[in-house]
Design a binder for this molecule. Structure first.
Ligand SMILES: C[S@@+](CC[C@H](N)C(=O)[O-])C[C@H]1O[C@@H](n2cnc3c(N)ncnc32)[C@H](O)[C@@H]1O
Length: 228
């Protein structure tokens, strides 16, 4: 089920895959993991699965979980997690390299598609979903990491919570999940490197994070429910 010629150098890099893996393992985004786990049933597809942090399917509700990503390193880490989780009693998990522009999964085969912090592709999402399937797409909430932005920027802005526009799928609900987590100094730069604004921020501004001991941070997510 390898959907691209080589995922070695595509998608997120090896270093960022490892950084994301180590950061998520510390549980800062646990509230989102719990909220997603409650929504999974039947055949689940994790689109752009990254290193598989959210892929802990309960055998009571989920028959199997498939996950794919463009980055070979992400898929390697997800498969490792999947093996450990299956040994611990989850449903079977299969991970593979693939491109969301041509998802290597049969049409009308997915009950629940999960799609977290990744590009949107309405045509492919619609193709793989069963007629009564559901897509959960997650975007950052308006207050997500606001306290971190306050350290870095003179005039920090809030996220716009704009749902991806689609004519093929109906947006039927929005659910907000949030909590406050204490992130120590040593994890702040890793966290910032995972954000989309990292590359738009000067090294001087990034360095401001080194002047704080740690931060109580709001982590806030919007779970968008789409149906065919
Ligand atoms: C911000 S990460 C989110 C990963 C994961 N969903 C999570 O929340 O931990 C975005 C992911 O999308 C993947 N990606 C980007 N473009 C892709 C594409 N065209 N096809 C498949 N995966 C892609 C990247 O490799 C990366 O792992």
């Amino acid at each position: 089920m390898v959907g691209s010629k080589s995922g070695e150098n595509r998608g997120d890099s090896k270093a960022s895959a490892r950084a994301r893996h180590d950061f998520l393992d510390k549980g800062y985004y646990r509230c989102l993991k719990t909220a997603m786990a409650e929504r999974l049933h039947g055949t689940v597809l994790d689109i752009c699965c990254g290193e598989g942090y959210y892929d802990v399917p309960s055998p009571e509700t989920v028959d199997e979980l498939l996950g794919f990503d463009l980055s070979k390193e992400m898929v390697r880490l997800a498969a490792k997690r999947g093996r450990a989780a299956t040994t611990g009693g989850t449903s079977p998990c299969t991970f593979f390299v693939g491109n969301l522009a041509s998802i290597p999964v049969a049409e009308s085969s997915v009950d629940v598609a999960m799609h977290l912090f990744a590009p949107f592709h309405e045509k492919e999402f619609l193709r793989v979903l069963k007629p009564d399937g559901v897509l959960y797409s997650v975007i950052p909430g308006e207050d997500h990491l606001f306290e971190l932005k306050e350290v870095i920027y003179d005039t920090p802005y809030k996220n716009d919570e704009q749902a991806p526009e689609t004519e093929a799928l109906r947006l039927v609900s929005r659910t907000k999940v949030s909590e406050t987590v204490r992130v120590p100094k040593e994890d702040l730069q890793t966290l910032f490197s995972m954000t989309p604004y990292f590359y738009r921020t000067s090294p001087e501004d990034r360095g401001k994070l080194d002047s704080v001991d740690g931060l109580d941070l709001t982590v806030e997510f919007v779970i968008l429910e789409y149906r065919p």
